[in-house]
Design a protein around this ligand. Structure first.
Ligand SMILES: [Zn+2]
Length: 485
């Protein structure tokens, strides 16, 4: 069997960092947050393709990596964009659309999420120990924070329109008709009639029911359907500095272009105090270098155009993966970890051919990073850091997350505490069902020479609730390594 060797070019960003998540470090150093939320938005419009699942899996793997590296709680917060168009029509020279939310009942939207995403999310949560939440766009636009922030942006509507729709200058605010739920897509016939601190009054036009008014307030007044860029502007502005959470938007690589316009709108309104960070994930490209697109491939196939090349069906429809669901999740995890093993593998694009080869002939991803002798970072509290640095503490105890289970004897572990670090090598690994069982084998004084077994168990149980302990316990016996060695 020939090993798939992955070679990636250097890029401006990859060259500036040692690890993909180093881009979070400046903000973490400047603030004192207790939590990182990795936010992913996905349009709910039928079956996802591999690219969608890849972005979502990467959110979990980034969450796992950030938790282990920075010693901070992380979550994945998934937004199911049920405002994507289910139907569009053209009438009197204008386009109108009906969202999935307005076409389906709320239960059906959640049914789509359950069918296409929940199995992957549950599996990734189990693998990484990173919990997730799901919210629909409908719920998001209904929150007073989102609505109030939207109303605040309207004072700058001309400037926002100029950035978000540079060709026409009209921001796409869709206020569905109260009678039928359809809304004008490009909002050319939508006018802001009145605006004050308490709300905004709009006039819009339905292709069937004529003109109607929409009175939008933070607590009431109907559905606000914002086009993608505008939604991102409002969403990013709802994150507040007094929030204990660092928000990181996980976006497909093609967003790197689109964010210019989002940032233009932010600067027109006035930069938010704490704009969220963004991480752009690798783009998946068809054989002609264009972004993998189901509709484009379908059109090309119908037109008998072979130029876009053939693509394995499972890349477009993961249900066609030639193996079990759990094997699919393993292959996605392998791919994500391979990308995260080197920033050069992450901050780039991949063709479908390359991805197919990597996912079907997968080799352990750890070989890639370990081959470079790169130590794995582990954040640790100051008292324990000092004990390791003095050589007093020779056994480190962790919950057996998958990321921990991949560590092998001989691997380098770099313990970090604020600006200090201490390099060690793993000499032995222990696996236990509970912390109590662990102390049956591990020497109490090797874990912490300054506390009794009872004191240590009390402290450990205070840090790790039963549901974490249920994942199992792993210990690493370590020895100090001379930096110059
Ligand atoms: Zn109508």
């Amino acid at each position: 069997m020939t090993e798939t060797t992955l070679r990636s070019p250097n890029t401006v960003l990859a060259n500036a960092v040692q690890d993909t998540i180093d881009v979070l470090r400046p903000r973490l150093l400047a603030s004192n947050v207790g939590r990182i939320s990795f936010t992913v938005g996905t349009q709910i419009n039928g079956r996802p393709h591999l690219g969608t699942h890849l972005v979502q899996s990467l959110a979990f793997l980034l969450g796992e990596r950030a938790r282990d590296e920075y010693g901070i709680e992380t979550t994945v917060d998934f937004c199911a964009l049920d405002n994507s168009p289910a139907e569009t029509i053209r009438s009197n020279g204008r386009k109108y659309q009906l969202t999935y939310h307005h076409k389906l009942s709320g239960g059906s939207v959640l049914g789509l999420v359950t069918e296409h995403y929940t199995p992957l999310f549950d599996a990734m949560e189990r693998k990484t120990g990173v919990p997730y939440t799901v919210i629909t766009y409908t719920e998001q636009q209904n929150s007073p924070e989102f609505r109030a922030e939207f109303i605040r942006t309207l004072e700058f509507l001309d400037e926002i329109g100029a950035w978000l729709s540079p060709a026409t200058g009209t921001a796409h605010i869709r206020l569905p008709c109260p009678a039928c739920g359809w809304a004008e897509k490009h909002a050319g016939g939508t006018r802001l009639l009145d605006l004050d601190d308490s709300g905004a009054l709009f006039e819009a036009c339905c292709h069937e029911h004529g003109r109607y008014e929409a009175d939008i307030t933070p607590l009431s007044g109907g559905y606000i359907d914002l086009a993608t860029l505008y939604r991102n502007v409002v969403k990013e502005r709802t994150y507040r500095t007094d929030d204990d959470t660092l928000h990181v938007m996980i976006k497909g690589g093609d967003w790197a272009y689109g964010c210019q316009l989002v940032d233009g709108a932010h600067s027109a309104i006035g930069r938010p105090e704490s704009a969220p960070l963004r991480i752009f994930t690798p783009q998946i490209l068809g054989s002609d270098g264009g972004k993998l697109s189901k509709s484009l491939l379908r059109e090309a196939a119908e037109a008998g155009d072979a130029a876009v090349g053939t693509t394995s069906e499972w890349l477009l429809n993961p249900a066609e993966w030639p193996g079990t669901q759990s094997d699919y999740v393993d292959a996605l995890t392998y791919l994500g970890e391979l990308m995260l093993s080197d920033p050069k593998h992450f901050y780039r694009s991949y063709t479908t051919t390359a991805l197919e080869a990597l996912m079907t002939t997968r080799q352990p991803a750890r070989n890639q990073s370990q081959a470079q002798g790169r130590p794995r970072s582990m954040a640790i509290y100051k008292p324990y850091f000092d004990m390791i640095a003095k050589g007093e503490k020779t056994v480190e105890v962790r919950v057996a997350y998958d990321s921990m289970k991949r560590i092998r004897v001989g691997d380098l572990l770099k313990f970090t505490c604020r600006q200090e670090s201490c390099l060690t090598r793993v000499t032995r690994i222990g696996r236990y069902r509970t912390f109590r069982e662990m102390f049956g084998t591990e020497k109490v004084e090797a874990v912490n020479p300054h506390a009794t077994e009872a004191e240590q168990l009390k402290a450990i149980h205070a840090i790790f609730p039963p549901e974490k302990e249920a994942l199992g316990v792993i210990t690493f016996e370590i020895e100090r390594v001379d930096i110059d060695a």
